[in-house]
Each structure stands twice: as structure tokens, then as C-alpha cells.
Design a protein around this ligand. Sequence first.
Ligand code: GTP
Length: 598
Amino acid sequence: ERQKSIRNFSIIAHIDHGKSTLADRILQKTKTVSDREMKAQLLDSMDLERERGITIKLNAVEVLYTALDGKDYIFHLIDTPGHVDFTYEVSRSLAACEGAVLVVDAAQGIEAQTLANVYLAIDNDLEIIPVINKIDLPSADPKKVKNEIEDIIGLPAQDAVLASAKEGIGIIDILERIVTDIPAPKGDANAPLQALVFDSLYDAYKGVIPSIRIFNGTVKKGDVIEFMNSKAKYEVIDVGVHTPKTIIKEVLGPGDVGFLTAAIKDINTVGVGDTITLANNRAKHALPGYRKMNSVVFCGLYPIDSDKYNDLKDALEKLKLNDASLIYEPETSQALGFGFRTGFLGLLHMEIVQERISREFGIELIATAPSVIYHVHLTDGSVITIDNPSKLPEPQVVEFIEEPYVKATIMTPKEYVGTVMDICQKKRGIFGDMTYVDANRVTITYDLPLSEIVFDFFDKLKSTTKGYASFDYEISGYKQSRLQKMDILLNGEVIDALSTIVHRDFAYNRGRSVCERMVKLIPRQMFEIPVQASLGNKVIARTTIKAMRKDVLAKCYGGDITRKKKLLNKQKEGKKKMKAIGRVDVPQEAFMAILSNS
Ligand code: GTP
């Protein structure tokens, strides 16, 4: 029967090992999309994903496959992102699957996120099918990668599929292995409905559309469903699947992965990880939800145009629906006005959200420099948590401050061991251990302050190892550090949105370099602007933005009109992403000046 022919799986891999290309190839080989409709990275539906060539959101599609045994199978392929910031999305996908196709690059071998994703798959009891991809590359060494899979992960790999997603080699082998190795979903169609909400999106006409995986029972048009956690009830209008086209179905049953619509207007009633059941035949228990992910990086988001505050609120609400890990609350800044303190899973996540707000909602933003969460122990014995440096109490009432540390795992070719250790040392890292993966590669672990990783750790690591080192981290706990608030003054006034918390040993260097960068980033104005960095009341660095000497237009006095227009336009463009703070126009880049630091 139908349920026996279903196979639910994810493709997991380190970033760039070829996950999306393999997904494309599977859609093509199974004729899910015709060659005419095929475009690269079909499942990466956001423009942003295509441009950057990365997967951000998970996507689920139904694929029909006629196997070599002559039987028809229904595959649900759930694509997952590879970047460490999006591990949350990966674990959500995996909870909806029985198996995982593990893609490893034949030239690069196992990398930090290969391991992280494999552990997630093992945690979810998934059947893992190893695939060695990119065997077309001259530098491919499948035998070596097989050994790595066995030695490092402990999975039998002698029968790993050798594939080239690019050239279409090994795809049928992979499809066959999915049929034979991955178990069909269990579940009872006659039991009360239990459907896991693993994602959701907002449609202006249809309301909130939850993506669901059915574990028990069935759901169809007309059923009255209940969200077990939020208790909200709705009548189902349609159920269906994506192929990736939207196909409406009569009914969804155990093992099915699809969506339902129910004119859900209240965004807050649909929680990702919630269980949907039937109102008149409730399941006894909800399915295990998701581990709540804690934001680790915070920044302030402010609309450049203050009138857009409500639009920004609306945008955040809608994004949250699609990205359950996003958190935010209103905050005000003397310098920037009304905005939101927003929490993210990492820096890339932060960048992506900002870009989505500007693209999908047309709101221009100023984002303040990212901050981690500090535990501040006060002299009266109480402890407060701070995610906004400008909120740090006066030094007199602070006993000590603790900051979050991560356990970082770095894999690198052995010739870069010295370089990697040098970077970690400079970032206040505490050496953990070092083990040889094989004759040429090493795994190094370090305890590092999260705030240093937020700075430029990843870029530094990549550039000094020519991209060969890979990196993964998890929060390990809090440690006391000698930290202090550094303020930036423009024109003699402290700009709250530019305050940061710095380690005392780095304060002078950081202060100096921020002041120097400000001079480059803030355009000259009609008057001179002093820029200062201060610790407490002590100025530790100072520069000056010189006054503009001539009116820009004076240059083309008598000149031709088009040139004049061009200049004016150029000025206008430059102004677009600026916020007037007092008498000074400050561009977005200036708020990030603290980040590009050595
Ligand atoms: P994320 O979605 O960002 O996690 O990356 P991904 O793992 O999905 O990688 P993607 O499919 O985008 O492929 C990364 C790069 O490797 C692209 O430039 C692909 O063209 C290339 N690539 C994928 N498969 C193969 C292959 O079999 N051989 C070769 N030579 N290149 C491949």
C-alpha cells in the first residue's frame, strides 16, 4: 500500500559539497521537473539563496520514482542548509525523516559540518547513506574519503555511492539505495492525527501555511484541526504537497510531507514544532517538539525612515513565521530612535535577516554592531544579563562581568596548524587538544570567547588557510573576563548605538582603529567633527573629520548640466543608507566599524 512506498529523507553535507546540485539532479532524473523547467538550485527559491549560492531555508518536495524493481515509490526530499548558523533548520528537517543522504566532497573529505550534521542525523535515529560526490574532479580521492568516513564517523563506507552530481554520475545508485536502505515510515492511519509543524510561511491570500509531516492519522479538507500547544482551532481548506509545484491532494496520511491551508490569520497560533491534531478526535500526546534554539548574537535594527517603524514590526513578525529562531523586542536609542533589539543564531543569520527585510519588505535599515549576551554581576549581589552594550551599568556598581565561550572544533591540513593556533591565541583562545584525523589533517579544539568569533574569526581563519580550514562551534558556558564598555563620541556626544564591550587588553587598539575608520566612513560635512573613543570618562583615542572645503557643486560652476545632475544624484545615493544623528550624517558602515578590526 501507499505508506510502504514512501521514503522520507534529507541530504546533509558540509557547505559547498554539492547538496543542492544533487537535489537538482534527483528532480531531473525522476522527471519531477522537465528539462525545460530546470534551472540550477531549483529548491533554493529565495533570490538571496541563488545569488549567494547557499541554501538558507529548508524546502520539501515530493518526488515519484519508478525503481529498478518496477515498483513506484514516493520520495519526500527535504533540502537542508549547510552553514553552522542554520543547524536549527537542519535539525527540524531531520525530525521529519527516516533517512539521510550524506554527501562528502571527494576532494575535500570530511569537514567540520559534515560531522556536526552526521551527529544530528544519528541523534534522530536516521539511516545514513554515504555518497562521495565530485568524483569527476582531478583531485578526487574517493578511497581516502571512504577511509575517513569509516575512521572518523564510524560508518561502513566500502559501498558508499561514488557520484558526480554535476555530471549526473551515480544518481540512479543513490535513488536505489534510498529505496532499499531507508525504512518506510511507521504510523497508523486510523489513530488520531499527529502532524508535526516543521516550517511555515505567510501568504497574503491564504494566511499562514504550515509545512507538516504526518506521523499518525489523516487530514483532509473540512477537518477541524487543533494546534496542541497554542490550542487554536481552524477548519482545513486544502491539503497538498510541493513537487515543487503546489499540488492539492484529497488527503494526507502517515509518512506524508506536505502543507495545509486553513485561513490562519493569526501568526502567533502557528508555532514551528507544534503538533496538529483533530479537534473532535485529539491525540493523547503531542509529538516531541524542537529543542529551543537560543540566540547568541544581538543587534539593534532601526528603520532609516522613522515612519517605517510599524512596517519593520510587521516585517519581523512575518519573518519569524518563516524563521522560528528569530527573536526581537522593541528598543529605543537616543541616537537612532525607535527600533528593535533582534537576536540571531550567528552572524550569517543576522546578515541574511537584514537583507531579507530590505529586499522582501523594502525597508532600509541601520543595524548596530552585533553583541553577545553578558552576565553582569553587580555589587549588591544580583546578576543581570545584557545584550546591548549601552545598557551596561556604571563601573562602580559592577563587581565582575562574564562572557559566553564556545568550544570550537577546527579541522585543517597540518601545514596550517601553526597559523590556526596563532589566530586562536590572539583571539584569547584557550587550547583544548589536537588530534590527527589522518596523516595530513588535524582537528584542533579551543575554548574561545564568542564575542571574538563574532568579530572576524571566520574570515581570518579562511583567508590564512587558503580556505582549507573548516570550523564548527557550540556554546560551552560563561567565563569571567576583564571587560569594559567603550563609548564613541561624535562631536563631543556619546552615541549610544556605537558603544561596544571590549576586553581591556584590546581597548586601546580597538579604540584607535575605530576612530581611524570613522574618519574614512563618515563623509565630510560643513564643519569639523571630532571623533573620540572613551573608556569610562577617559578618552583613549581621537581623530577629526575635517570640514568640507568647497561645495561639491562649486566644482562644476558653469559646467554642463548633466554633469551637475550626476553629481547631485551621486550625493543622494550616498545619503540613502545614512542616519542623521544630531548634526552628523552617519552611514551604515560606521556602525560596523568596530567589527573590521585586527
Ligand atoms: P549549500 O546549499 O550552500 O549548503 O551548498 P551545497 O552543498 O548545496 O553545494 P552546491 O550544490 O551549491 O555546490 C557547490 C559547488 O560545487 C557548485 O559550484 C557546484 O557546481 C559544484 N559541484 C556540485 N557537485 C559537483 C560535482 O559532482 N562535481 C564538480 N566538479 N562540482 C560540483
